[in-house]
Write a protein that binds this ligand. Structure first.
Ligand code: BES
Ligand code: MN
Ligand code: ZN
Length: 459
């Protein structure tokens, strides 16, 4: 599906977005039938209220915008009116501050997102004309990148295995004249990507490394996304309750592909490379085992103490490959640890970087575009936790303390010290529906990165 604004010329229904105090002011200035109508129906400007009222010769719509305090609890405030108003074309007539107007308009588009791949009847929804002062094309591009991310995550593993993920990447590449090569199965061993092979070899669909490139000028950016299409945990099998959501374990890959679509559609002046290890962490007689020792692309050996800590293994080889080319900025995105969720819950995407400027730019961008991210530390004193007895590294430190940090430290071992590197330990899933974020797959960190890129890369 394509998310878009309504054409500007249609006969649009005026849409008021009024906070509680705006409503008081509005009442003072608008004595008469419309005010009586809304008052009688109890409109107060409370966040989430949606009402229609007569206008001279037509209709008008009112959306409650609450107060600063209620808005702080949410994101894309009021934008879910898109799902609750009757089908029609609306025109925002309230002047909102810049950031809020952007969030409202983007939220309106994202509210129109449906995962309709398995639904027979199309949905109908209210559409919004591009509000004044907004770059409608840019917002629509961002919304459609996010929709791609959601579609990829929401598609069950039976239809989104490593082969399907590779096809999705190739389709995206085709649309923007990007190149896309895929290294598959035993070829991974020849290409010296042994850990991607080890994790994915037990699955019916062979493991792959997807390698996309786009753009010929400007600074270089490499995105690496965890593409574990289903995570059973491998031989250290997950309990059923933990396995239930693991179709989303390619959320990092989905986020990276959504961001890639945004970057290409906006034609950003940079050279982009996208690396996605696409595997299924499955169970079979040839599965990798606890206590196996793997030799990574970089040469570091890894003792497998839990086959469920598979994400860092496939990412390590992809990061080594990325690092060899010395990109100006390297970003990994991954649904890497349950510990990240214990720490910050489903809303926030923790990120790691040693670069203070990058950290500040990301945090600020996240707030500005309603894509909140939160910095956690690459805490050097915990390095000892990922060093076991008989190999260089341990993929699953005992004790379970600081699980997101130790996973991040593990990844950093495969990136040169001088590289500008950002790692996101994301969730990729909205557990309870909220405005513009239906229950299901969701991108995290992508819009924050997009917003921070000009500053970080000097575009
Ligand atoms: N994909 C999971 C992490 C995950 C679990 C993300 C639940 C989001 C929700 C990852 O592969 C994993 O299983 N990690 C283990 C690592 C542990 C064995 C060291 C974890 O977090 O429990
Ligand atoms: Mn796992
Ligand atoms: Zn996983």
């Amino acid at each position: 599906m394509t998310l878009s604004f309504a054409p500007g010329d249609a006969d649009a229904i005026p849409l008021h977005v009024l906070s509680e105090s705006d409503w008081t002011d509005w009442c003072a200035a608008h004595e008469g039938q419309t005010r009586d109508w809304l008052e009688q129906l109890g409109f107060s400007g409370a966040l989430g209220q949606v009402m229609l009222a007569p206008d001279s010769g037509g209709a008008q719509a009112f959306v409650g915008y609450g107060s600063t305090a209620t808005r702080r609890r949410g994101r894309f405030n009021g934008a879910d009116a898109a799902a609750r108003l009757p089908k029609g074309t609306y025109r925002l007539v309230t002047e909102l501050p810049d950031h809020e107007r952007d969030a409202f308009a983007l939220g309106w588009l994202l509210t129109g997102y449906r995962f309709d791949r398995y639904k027979s009847q199309p949905s109908n929804s209210a559409t919004l004309q591009v509000p004044n002062g907004i770059d409608g094309d840019r917002l629509a591009t961002i919304a459609n990148g996010e929709a791609l991310t959601r579609d990829l995550i929401n598609t069950p593993a039976a239809d989104m295995g490593p082969a399907d993920l590779a096809r999705a990447a190739a389709d995206l590449a085709d649309r923007f004249d990007a190149s896309c090569t895929v290294t598959e199965g035993a070829a991974l061993l020849e290409a010296n990507l042994p850990m991607i092979h080890a994790v994915g070899r037990a699955a019916a669909q062979p493991p792959r490394l997807i390698d996309m490139r786009w753009g010929s000028d400007g600074p270089s950016l490499t995105l690496v996304g965890k593409g574990v299409c289903f995570d059973t945990g491998g031989l250290n099998l997950k309990p059923g309750s933990s396995m239930g959501l693991m179709k989303k374990d390619m959320g990092g890959a989905a986020a990276v592909l959504g961001l890639t679509q945004m970057i290409m559609a906006l034609d950003l002046p940079l050279r982009l490379r996208v690396l996605i290890p696409a595997v299924e962490n499955s169970v079979s007689s040839n599965a990798f085992r606890p206590q196996d020792i793997l030799t990574s692309r970089k040469g570091l050996t890894v003792e497998v103490n839990n086959t469920d800590a598979e994400g860092r293994l496939v990412l390590a080889d992809a990061l080594s490959l990325a690092d060899e080319e010395a990109p100006d900025l390297l970003i990994s995105m991954a649904t890497l640890t349950g510990a990240a969720r214990v720490a910050v819950g489903p809303d926030l995407a923790p990120f790691y970087t040693d670069d203070e400027m990058v950290a500040a730019a990301l945090a600020q961008a996240g707030t500005a575009v309603a894509d909140p991210v939160w910095r956690l530390p690459f805490w050097d004193p915990y390095e000892a936790m990922i060093e076991p007895g008989i190999a260089d590294l341990d993929n699953a430190p005992k004790g379970g303390f600081a699980g997101s940090i130790t996973a991040a430290l593990f990844l950093r071992r495969f990136v040169s010290a001088e590289r500008r590197y950002i790692h996101f330990d994301m969730y990729g899933w909205q557990p309870v529906a909220a405005p513009a974020r239906p229950k299901g797959g969701v991108g995290q960190g992508t819009r924050a990165v997009l917003d921070a890129l000009p500053q970080v890369l000097g575009l």
